[in-house]
Design a binder for this molecule. Structure first.
Ligand code: GRF
Length: 201
């Protein structure tokens, strides 16, 4: 059976693009059935439309409060009956409705080797700390900030002279492959979560 992916985005959507390209092959075992965003006018939504994938926008400003927004987002995602929800550069924290409804099937990627450098400035924090190796982590989303069980990681060197942008681009070139490969393994081989461990296959 072909797995149904809902991908959540907020920006450039290069991870989304990698998923759209990979899932164009029916042998991948999954298709992107919808792309959701927290804002309009982003390149990621154009990428989805170019692939004729349905899109939805769930703006915080359109709801009376954050809880209403979170409930609305859960409904929108759920309407596409996903088997896996992939947060690919989605720039907001999820609330209890999304977390509860998609528990164990909501994954995210983060541009550091967690638990080092959680939060929004991971590449900058890695440079400021002076580490020589950082990387990317694909993880199961839980109620904390970048704190859920790790699914996959890859290391990326920090090079002398790196700034936030050059390092983040180097990380993203690895991240795209790791996200695609991890989703592929999860949908093809199955997975289960045992405490902090995510076991694929
Ligand atoms: C990725 O590095 C992701 O881990 C981080 O923001 C970036 C999104 O990139 N949260 P893109 O929108 O997929 O190009």
């Amino acid at each position: 059976m072909t797995a149904r992916l809902v991908v959540l985005v907020s920006g450039a959507g290069t991870n989304l693009q990698a998923l759209l390209d990979a899932t164009a092959d029916p042998g991948f075992g999954a298709q992107v059935v919808a792309v959701g965003a927290d804002r309009d006018g982003i390149v990621a939504l154009e990428r989805a439309r170019r692939h004729t994938v349905p899109t939805f926008v769930c703006r915080l400003a359109d709801y009376p409060d954050r809880e209403g927004w979170d409930r609305g987002l859960a409904e929108l995602i759920g309407g596409y009956q996903p088997t896996l929800v992939v947060s690919a550069g989605f720039a907001k924290l999820f609330g209890e409705h999304v977390l509860h409804r998609f528990a164990g099937m909501l994954i995210n990627s983060h541009p550091s080797l967690l638990p080092s450098f959680p939060g929004l400035r991971a590449p900058r924090d890695a440079i400021d700390y002076g580490v020589k190796v950082t990387g990317v982590t694909v993880f199961m989303v839980d109620a904390g900030v970048d704190s859920g069980p790790v699914i996959a990681q890859a290391a990326v060197p920090v090079v002398d002279g790196d700034d936030e942008e050059t390092l983040h681009e180097r990380i993203k070139s690895v991240e795209r492959g790791l996200v695609v490969d991890t989703v592929r393994r999860m949908v093809q081989d199955g997975f289960r979560v045992e405490g902090r461990k995510v076991l694929i296959g």
